[in-house]
Design a protein around this ligand. Structure first.
Ligand code: ADP
Ligand code: MG
Length: 693
């Protein structure tokens, strides 16, 4: 493994490569852009483009692409070769600064929520120099932002970069009050990614997985996750080989893949990287998901990133670890040893508390999707109610301040394992709570409601924006204060009292919490359509406009895109269910009933009774009728939704009517699966898919 440092980043045009290949002053200019977020001069871009091209060609690249993140949820790329005609029918390889900085993909087919009608379809991609270019599959990838010609945002990256700027500006105002003047403050994110691996041969036999990414049918297997023997269990050889290959592919791309382990459900695993600046972490996470799928193919496996590929066993999430630090390397959410005198930490933490309470709806809707609806509130992911966990120590600090008393620091208690050779460890004073959607974990917050397939840009746009707004509000007050320290304490006290309803350190899965949260006035937005209906509330539009993240029009466009996407996903799932029922499940069940009746006739011809066969036949026939009726009802509900002209009403109907009808159909079909002979069932079962060797 001595090769890892050499392998790491070998396909990335990173700082070291830039240092080696760029003239000194160009390197310096580019570094200034990267570190401060300032824009780049065109002559600098020309030199960078030339060096980038030469380097990429050495790495085997023939093409380049502006890589961007449209509202589809996946990344987009269009490859252009470097060739340029030269004399005598030859070509030279060329790449200019202009081509590096700006691209013009034919943008008419990307969702824009009505922002860009097709006759003015042009949009352009703009280089994000803060995220390194890389070579993958003989293509030079250039991370970019995607905007329309009139400047409206059409992607997930532009608002993320804007929210980072807003957060930086607001944080710098507060830091200035403490006499600190770093260049910039940046949010960092470490997304822990869960996924399933299943054999490719079996995947190919499941049309539901192929069409929708999840199983639409499947009886509960005799053995699921009840023995808790998979979590952190020894890795199967095939899976281990996959993970080794995955790690090295990610390392080549400069992604800090760090931790790998088995998850709770059988065939479920997790990969956690070391954290990075949020726009880079976002790019890397998108890339990680793509590489996970690619590498699986090589190992005769399929990587499922859907939030709920299998009913009855845990789904997959993505924990978004978020913190903010200065360009001088100070983590602003680090409580330090002397908590009671760490006014700066308290201010930043108070801003997060206020942000989460005031914008519960935005946090909730940023993780809303048809797939994630299966998880939130289903005792495996945090509930749909957004609350935050601060841990005993921090809660104690704020409660003491709120009551007007003096706080005294706690001392960590020694935890002993009782075994002499094992070192004594100090108890982590910010103890863990796995059920909280938004938990303080020592020097960062862990937002746990994200689904595994989500682009992490959206939740981080919300967190950055909401926290920036709170910090700006604090700065407005404190910049005018005569006695900064006492004004700051008073502000912390008042804001904590105003927002402490959002703090909940108890069990978020407990039923009592739903009632208590309601009493506290917290939101409980159970479905995607309900959550999305909050997107363009006046408070939210004003927030985004105030911080220059989105215009009102852009907010509404985004809401429409997400609502439309929800409708489409449920529509595809419903259609797939009808087709699979009609063409695979019912024919199989009818065949079984024919075999049974033939058998009964034969036995009766011998003058004997066939009570078991008769009972089975009755049950199968009954389920066939029920499944058939449910399929018809589902198809009708889909037709009925199409009559809605209002997008919100359509999404509501997809949730209340279509999704409900899907569950009913599934129930009958799963019962059929449980009594049918295995060889007659038309596709692999949960046991086949999950418990492979
Ligand atoms: P645990 O989940 O047990 O708390 P770690 O403390 O190792 O595990 O962190 C989990 C994730 O949080 C990792 O991806 C890690 O990189 C990330 N992380 C750690 N510190 C920060 C930070 N300051 N900002 C953002 N993410 C962080
Ligand atoms: Mg974690």
């Amino acid at each position: 493994m001595t090769k890892v440092p050499k392998l790491f980043g070998s396909m990335v045009f990173n700082e070291q490569v830039m240092h080696e290949r760029l003239p000194k002053e160009i390197f310096k200019a580019l570094q200034t852009t990267i570190k401060t977020g300032k824009s780049i001069a065109s002559d600098v871009a020309d030199v960078v483009a030339g060096a980038m091209k030469d380097w990429a060609i050495e790495k085997g690249a023939t093409h380049y692409t502006h890589w961007f993140q449209p509202m589809t949820g996946v990344t987009a790329e269009k490859h252009d070769s470097f060739i340029q005609p030269a004399e005598g029918g030859t070509v030279i390889m060329k790449f200019s600064g202009k081509q590096l900085i700006k691209g013009e993909p034919d943008a008419s087919s990307f969702p824009s929520g009505g922002l860009r009608s097709t006759f003015e379809a042009r949009g352009y991609t703009a280089w994000d120099p803060t995220s390194y270019a890389f070579v993958k599959d003989s293509v030079l990838y250039i991370p970019t932002a995607f905007i329309s010609y009139s400047g409206q945002v059409l992607d997930k990256k532009t608002p993320l970069l804007r929210s980072m700027d807003a957060l930086s500006r607001a944080s710098l105002r507060i830091l200035k009050l403490f006499g600190k003047t770093p260049d910039r403050v940046t949010p960092s994110v470490g997304p822990e990614q869960e996924y399933f691996l299943i054999p490719k041969e079996l995947y190919k036999k499941r049309p539901d997985l192929i069409i929708t990414g999840r199983t639409l049918f499947g009886a509960k297997p005799p053995k699921g996750q009840e023995l808790d023997d998979h979590y952190f269990g020894a890795l199967k050889k095939q899976v281990l080989r996959y993970m080794e290959d995955l790690d090295s592919e990610l390392w080549k791309l400069g992604i800090f893949a760090k931790t790998r382990h088995n998850e709770v459900a059988p065939a479920q695993h997790e990969l956690a990287p070391i954290y990075a600046t949020v726009n880079i972490a976002t790019d890397h996470n998108q890339l990680t998901m793509a590489v996970m799928k690619d590498v699986a193919q090589k190992h005769d496996l399929v990587c499922l990133l859907h939030e709920k590929p299998f009913a009855g066993v845990n789904g997959s999430g993505k924990h978004n670890n978020w913190s903010i630090s200065t360009s001088d390397g100070e983590n602003l959410l680090e409580p330090g040893k002397d908590l009671k005198n760490n006014l700066q930490f308290m201010l930043f933490l108070t801003a997060v508390i206020k942000a989460v309470d005031e914008h519960q709806d935005l946090l909730r809707l940023s993780v809303a999707s048809a797939g994630n609806d299966h998880r939130l509130g289903a005792n495996e992911a945090p509930p749909a109610i957004i609350s935050m966990f601060l841990g005993d120590e921090i809660t104690d600090l704020f409660e003491t301040l709120a009551s007007g008393k003096e706080y005294s620091n706690r001392v960590g208690t020694k935890l002993s394992t009782g075994v002499e050779s094992v070192p004594v460890i100090f108890e982590d004073t910010t103890d863990r709570n796995r059920t909280s959607p938004f938990a303080f974990t020592g020097n960062k917050f862990e937002f746990r409601s994200l689904g595994s397939a989500l682009n992490v840009a959206c939740p981080n746009i919300m967190i950055n924006t909401a926290v920036a707004d709170a910090l700006n509000g604090f700065a407005d007050v404190l910049e005018k204060a005569r006695d900064f320290k006492s004004a700051a304490f008073e502000l912390i006290r008042n804001e904590y009292i105003a927002h402490k309803r959002i703090v909940f350190n108890g069990d978020n899965y407990a039923e009592e919490w739903t009632t208590e949260a309601k009493n506290r006035g917290l939101l409980n937005l159970k479905s995607t359509p309900e959550a999305l209906s909050y997107y363009d509330k006046t408070k939210n539009v004003e927030l985004f406009e105030r911080l220059k993240i989105y215009t009102a029009e852009e907010v509404r466009a985004r809401k429409d895109i997400l609502l439309e996407n929800y409708c489409k996903v449920i529509n595809i799932e419903a259609n797939a269910m009808c087709e699979i029922t009609g063409r695979m499940i019912l024919p199989a069940a009818i065949k079984f009933s024919a075999e049974l009746s033939e058998n009964i006739v034969n036995i009766k011809a011998l003058g004997l009774d066939a009570p078991v066969q008769s009972e089975l036949l009755a049950t199968v026939s009954d389920l066939i009728s029920k499944a058939y009726a449910a399929e018809k009802k589902l198809a009708e509900s889909v037709e009925a939704v199409k009559k809605n002209t209002d997008l919100q009403a359509a999404a509501d109907a997809y949730y209340n009517k279509v999704f409900a009808a899907m569950q009913e159909l599934r129930e009958h079909c799963d019962k059929l699966e449980a009594i049918m002979p295995k060889q007659l069932w038309p596709f692999p079962t949960y046991t086949d898919l999950l418990l492979y060797v």
